[in-house]
Design a protein around this ligand. Structure first.
Ligand SMILES: [Zn+2]
Ligand SMILES: [Zn+2]
Length: 261
């Protein structure tokens, strides 16, 4: 089993550091462990959910040390990033270039809509926010910088109904993923957040069954990640994600190229 999505204490809403994750990863039989904390940004945008830019060298060093120490485990150096065009050079030249990250994941947690910044996990929102989330996400996919799309269906936490608008946005994201060969993540942290009641019945905020049912109709690949924010959360919820894969006959992505780079 492999897991390419986990966070350290540096992002201010997670616990544990790389070695703590590595110890749990070994106990739970992981072969590859990709550390993907929320990226620092040069302008410290939304600083409360990410490490400070000055913590980047320490983060890199901690992962490099763990790579040396835990030889039985393949540890990858990653970051989860929100996309904006102005960060292209930073992601490309600094993170992938200078700091030699093994991979970057796209996770659009915040986006600019109607004059304000919107966080996907805060409250219910309407069609405009759904459309804006989708546009940012597709822009990120098109940038070619990222190796997978984290929780593509996280809009389910702020947009309640599976209606024509939701279908059209889901379709746009899935079609972009197909065109750019970008794996879509079934994110287990959604299961851990519990169910919500909607007018269409109770469901997880994400993963969204309807989203994956639609994805199965396209030539897209998926991967299952825990999105652990504490070491003990590694692999928790994976069986539920595997059920989705089976239910809709989804194709799993081969991420081996990341370890061969
Ligand atoms: Zn987080
Ligand atoms: Zn995320």
């Amino acid at each position: 089993m492999n897991d390419y999505h986990m966070h350290t204490y540096r992002c201010k809403h997670a616990q544990g550091d790389v070695e703590d994750y590595a110890q749990v990863a070994l106990k739970r039989g992981l072969k590859v462990m990709g550390v993907s904390d929320h990226t620092p940004l040069p302008d410290d945008w939304e600083p409360e959910i990410r490490m400070d830019i000055t913590e980047l060298p320490g983060y890199v060093e901690t992962i490099e040390k763990a790579k040396e120490k835990f030889k039985q485990l393949t540890i990858l150096k990653g970051l989860e990033c929100e996309y904006q065009k102005k960060y292209y050079g930073y992601f490309h030249d600094e993170l992938l270039g200078k700091w030699d990250f093994d991979y970057l994941a796209l996770g659009q947690h915040v986006f600019y809509c109607d004059g304000e910044w919107v966080c996907f996990w805060k409250g219910m929102k309407g069609y405009k926010e759904l459309r804006t989330y989708t546009e940012y996400t597709v822009m990120g996919i098109e940038s070619g910088l990222f190796d997978y799309l984290a929780h593509p269906d996280c809009f389910g936490s702020f947009y309640e109904t599976w209606d024509e608008e939701a279908k059209s946005c889901a379709k746009y994201i899935i079609e972009a993923a197909q065109a750019y060969n970008m794996p879509l993540e079934i994110n287990c942290s959604g299961f851990r957040k519990g169910e919500i009641d909607t007018i269409q019945g109770s469901r997880y905020k994400y993963p969204l069954e309807h989203f994956w049912e639609m994805a199965a109709q396209y030539n897209v690949r998926t991967l299952i990640n825990s999105d652990a924010h504490r070491p003990e959360e590694l692999t928790v919820g994976v069986e539920k994600a595997q059920d989705i894969v089976k239910r809709y006959n989804l194709v799993l992505a081969d991420m081996a190229y990341l370890t061969e780079k």
